[in-house]
Design a protein around this ligand. Structure first.
Ligand SMILES: Cc1cc2nc3c(=O)[nH]c(=O)nc-3n(C[C@H](O)[C@H](O)[C@H](O)COP(=O)(O)OP(=O)(O)OC[C@H]3O[C@@H](n4cnc5c(N)ncnc54)[C@H](O)[C@@H]3O)c2cc1C
Length: 395
């Protein structure tokens, strides 16, 4: 059954915002809302830590906090988080949501990514329609990862319509996301086309047995078979091959890295809490490890600030900074992968075997972060950075 974001309990109000001397900008308001929401997401995370669940309540909270529309431009009813100048705020929002619950962060990052692509490539009528969908609580996602045996293709029909064949894997939120942005091959090598599937009317066939993961259980990342579904011209987004255009494709790595960084920060926060609760704060070895973990956390935050600074460079600097933005995002995702991988064993040594028992959150945090750190082609991305600098470019 499709998730109806209008139906979950919306009675829990938007986190209250204390009056300040000067009103915050809409991006800063979004950061404040996400920061305020993180503890509530964290408290709820164990309850949805299962393959057959979806964090619908959490998305009702995100909606109530204005975060489902926040990536849209103000003219479309959003907070403008998609503007290059607001990238630091966007990455902060993603980090806070990931800190609360990495599975929710993954799903929310897909929603954000789809809305950014729609704003890059959609025409006016599409923008209005999809912005209204987001305002109505409809969830978006991006499904690009192919079924290795049977990738998605679009077969033309009369009237500019297409019949779909093939399947996606790791289709996060499948069965709950109303508007997945999907990619597929056009006939006779005409390229790789984006379209937004109205999944509430054209529902893919789901194979839930695909999703028996180590972690990230609540993302519902099933196999989705689109065979036999039909789309029309209004569902197509942008020209063929737009999906992989740089720097937007590579630059997007900073967004999933921000969510991952939130997961690493949750490990830090909980380790500190655990040691404080047990009164184990005077031991020099524990102190040294917490110092090392604080260093990792601050490094990750600095990497995200660096990514935001480069994304905010003016577009007319395309000859220089724009290719650098994608290469830099490759560094950011690699650095944050290493930060996550270094944070986990430090935390495990701090909390010991007792800390790895439920209801302590560490075993879930470990599973979720370990799984979510696996992203496409990690080695090739770093090799691309090597080629970039060997070719004489720099950041
Ligand atoms: C929780 C979760 C949710 C996800 N949700 C979505 C979603 O909603 N939409 C979506 O599109 N995708 C989604 N994905 C998929 C994700 O985007 C990646 O496709 C996936 O994580 C790839 O990871 P991988 O480790 O299998 O990558 P790979 O690229 O297969 O890397 C694995 C290893 O193989 C190596 N390698 C890569 N290519 C080659 C090659 N040609 N020859 C030899 N070695 C190679 C790499 O260097 C690495 O060592 C999700 C993934 C996760 C974990």
């Amino acid at each position: 059954m499709l998730f109806d974001a209008a139906s979950p309990d919306l009675s829990i109000s938007t986190p209250s915002l204390a009056p300040g001397p000067a009103p915050l900008s809409p991006p800063a308001e979004a950061v404040r809302a996400a920061r305020a929401l993180a503890p509530r997401l964290f408290a709820q995370a164990a309850a949805t830590d299962a393959e057959a669940t979806f964090p619908g309540q959490e998305f009702a909270w995100l909606r109530a906090a204005g975060l489902l529309t926040a990536p849209l431009a103000p003219a479309l009813g959003g907070a403008g988080l998609g503007a290059p100048a607001a990238t630091e705020a966007l990455l902060d929002v993603l980090r806070h949501v990931g800190r609360g619950n990495l599975a929710v962060g993954r799903l929310y990052e897909g929603h954000v990514n789809a809305l950014l692509l729609i704003q890059l490539y959609g025409h006016a009528a599409q923008l209005q329609g999809w912005a209204a969908d987001a305002a109505a609580g409809r969830l978006f996602g991006v499904w690009n990862t192919e079924d290795p045996a049977q990738g998605v293709r679009l077969e033309p029909l009369p009237g500019g319509r297409y019949r779909l064949f093939g399947a996606k894997t790791f289709a996060s939120g499948a069965g709950y996301v109303h508007r997945p942005l999907v990619t597929g091959a056009l006939a006779e090598g005409h390229g790789w086309q984006m379209f937004v599937l109205p999944a509430d009317a054209q529902a893919p066939a789901l194979d839930r047995s695909f999703w028996r993961p180590l972690g990230m259980r609540a993302t519902a990342s099933y196999r989705a078979d689109l065979t036999g579904l039909e789309i029309g011209p209004a569902d197509l987004l942008g020209p063929p091959n737009a999906y992989y255009r740089q720097p937007w494709f590579g630059g997007g790595a900073s967004r999933f890295a921000a969510v991952q960084m939130g997961g690493a920060e949750a490990v830090f926060d909980e380790t500190r809490r655990f040691l404080q609760r047990l009164g184990r704060t005077d031991d020099p070895y524990q102190r040294q490890r917490l110092g090392q973990m604080a260093l990792l956390r601050e490094s990750g935050r600095q990497w995200l600030r660096g990514a935001a600074a480069r994304a905010a460079l003016p577009a007319d600097a395309a000859a220089g900074p724009q290719p650098a933005a994608a290469a830099y995002a490759g560094l950011v995702r690699t650095a944050i992968e290493q930060i996550g991988l270094a944070m986990l064993p430090l935390a495990e040594r701090c909390v010991g075997a007792r800390g790895l028992l439920q209801p302590e959150p560490f075993e879930r945090l470990h599973r979720d972060l370990t799984h979510y750190l696996r992203q496409p082609a990690p080695d090739a991305v770093l090799a691309d950075v090597g080629r970039f600098v060997l070719d004489g470019h720099d950041f």
